[in-house]
Design a protein around this ligand. Structure first.
Ligand code: UGA
Length: 500
């Protein structure tokens, strides 16, 4: 181990762990890697490649971002990122704006720029195209260009054509698809401990470079390092690397996200059925999930999926299918259920409070999910906007997402931001839980009951056991589970909810 805690793969013990497996190349030399884009995927990939022992340049055309990263600011709220940036920043991972220089210096160039949703639902690939053209202008020796951004099938071919149109000879480059499956909040651990690494390549020489890059993980060598970030993989159980064609790899990414979104919409539809029958969706999800073919994960009902990936990727995948003339209207239903889920939650708030105009509400959670400050496509923000539109007054709290929310929803007569959950709850007519932050599942229920004007909680994330809430004197409505009322009110309130 070198003095600055950087894993050193020249270490003979690690080399010997790499060598016995003939199909896994040993990491003789670090690979020089450029990552274009310093968003969630780009920054995490750059820092993790450095952690794996490679020499990395992370390029972004936003000078202020580059300066911040050079100064050690991670820009996003992500577990382990500050530690890894501190470990490798300005040493194994450098930040710059000059893509031409990075292209000249590096063997592999990962494109990890945004692919926002266009008005038609398609992915807008203009940033990918601009980067491909710029790379082409500096390409003089063999390079592997890797799509890391989430892109529709055929993007690989387009990148190749753009580079060729810029006069680059075919033998000077290959284009590879290597999608990323990390989740925000656990991005670093997901990157270093993946379920699988997918490499879509149509040439053996490009596949070999990608195999070399991922060798520290696939050989298990990384997990032997005493400073390795811990997670599910180990030297005995390293992640598999799946080689596919470029088109299959592109489809794997969209299909995986669309399938996970489908799972969520499915359980939300089941939750609605449970509400209509007084069944309990948690019991149903458990009973389904114990079947190993179904699995228990991503069967948590709620207020619908959000974030920068699922809404955009489901729409893009649907749009690709339409353009290719294949019927994938199943995805339209997935989107429809997701949109309805927010409206149903609003209806639940109304059923608990009767009228909404002038009601004072405490809102816990603004981020699209817990443990992140990201509010893109957040169902919580959408609900806050709907409730403000209904004339409610809101006091909101989120452990990390308030400053981002303030940029699009500044404090106003109807909306204030609180310093913690109890300040948000003070004298409110009801409390709404909209994001599954761990700290929202550990509230002091006695204190909360005394703080609220009326002890009413409408939980869009099912963070509490309805029986426990009943014992603490709350009226508690959640998703897909029977409503709970303080014992003395149980009979009358049940009658009111049925009638509403
Ligand atoms: C998602 C995928 O999980 C990653 O595999 C993928 O790499 C990433 O998109 C991407 O394409 O970049 P992420 O958007 O970070 O990751 O968030 P998830 O943890 O998947 O959650 C997405 C949304 O679904 C959130 O709003 C979450 O609250 C919701 N969700 C998730 C549920 O409502 N129920 C569940 O059971 C799980």
């Amino acid at each position: 181990m070198s003095s600055n805690n950087v894993p050193d793969y020249s270490n003979s013990r690690i080399r010997s762990a790499v060598q016995p497996n003939a199909s896994t190349p040993s990491l003789r030399e670090p690979v020089s890697i450029a990552v274009v884009g310093s968003g969630y995927v780009g920054l995490v990939a750059a820092v993790c490649f450095a952690e794996m022992g490679h020499d990395v340049i992370c390029v972004d055309n936003d000078e202020s971002k580059v300066k911040a990263l050079q100064g050690g600011d991670t820009l996003i709220h992500e577990t382990y990122l500050p530690e890894l940036l501190n470990r490798h920043g300005n040493r194994r991972v450098r930040f710059m704006t000059d893509l031409a220089e990075a292209t000249r210096e590096c063997k592999a160039i990962f494109i990890a720029v945004g692919t926002p949703q266009s008005e038609t639902g398609d992915a807008d690939l203009s940033y990918v195209e601009a980067v491909a053209s710029e790379i082409a202008r500096s390409l003089t020796t063999y390079k592997v260009i890797v799509e890391k951004s989430t892109v529709p099938v055929y993007t690989n071919e387009w990148i190749r054509r753009v580079i060729e149109r810029n006069g680059v000879a075919r033998e000077l480059f290959d284009v590879v698809s290597n999608p990323e499956f990390l989740r925000e909040g656990t991005a670093v651990a997901d990157f270093l401990h993946p379920d699988r690494i997918v490499v879509g390549s149509d040439t053996p020489r490009a596949a070999a470079v990608l195999a070399e890059i991922y060798a520290p993980l696939t050989s298990g060598a990384y997990y032997e390092s005493p400073n390795a970030i811990s997670g599910v993989c180990s030297v005995e159980t390293p992640p598999p690397l799946l080689n596919t064609s470029t088109k299959s790899s592109e489809i794997i990414k969209h299909a995986s996200n669309a399938f996970l979104a489908l799972k969520i919409s499915f359980i939300n539809a089941v939750a609605n059925l449970c509400e209509a029958t007084d069944a309990n969706v948690e019991q149903v999800a458990r009973g389904m999930g114990l079947d190993r073919r179904i699995g228990t994960r991503f069967l948590r009902p709620g207020i619908g999926y959000g974030g920068s990936c699922f809404p955009k990727d489901v729409a893009a995948f649907r749009s690709v299918a339409e353009q290719l003339g294949t019927d994938f209207s199943l995805l339209t239903e997935v989107e429809k259920i997701n949109a309805t889920q927010k409206k149903r939650f609003l209806g639940k708030v109304r059923s608990a409070l009767w009228t909404l105009r002038g009601k004072k509400l405490a809102v816990l959670g603004l981020a699209f999910k817990g443990e992140t400050d990201d509010i893109r496509e957040s169902p919580a923000i959408e609900l806050v906007q709907m409730l403000l539109g209904e004339g409610c007054t809101i006091r909101a709290y989120d452990p990390a997402a308030i400053s981002r929310t303030q940029q699009i929803l500044p404090a106003s007569a109807g909306l204030a931001y609180a310093e913690d959950s109890y300040a948000a709850a003070a004298d409110a007519d009801a409390l709404l839980i909209l994001t599954d932050w761990k700290e929202f599942s550990e509230l002091d229920l006695h204190r909360l009951n005394k703080t609220l004007r009326y002890p009413i909680i409408i939980d869009g994330r099912n963070l509490y056991d309805p029986h426990v809430m009943q014992q603490h004197g709350f009226t508690y409505l959640s998703v897909g589970r029977p409503a709970a009322y303080p014992v003395r009110d149980a009979v009358t309130n049940a009658a009111v909810t049925v009638g509403s």
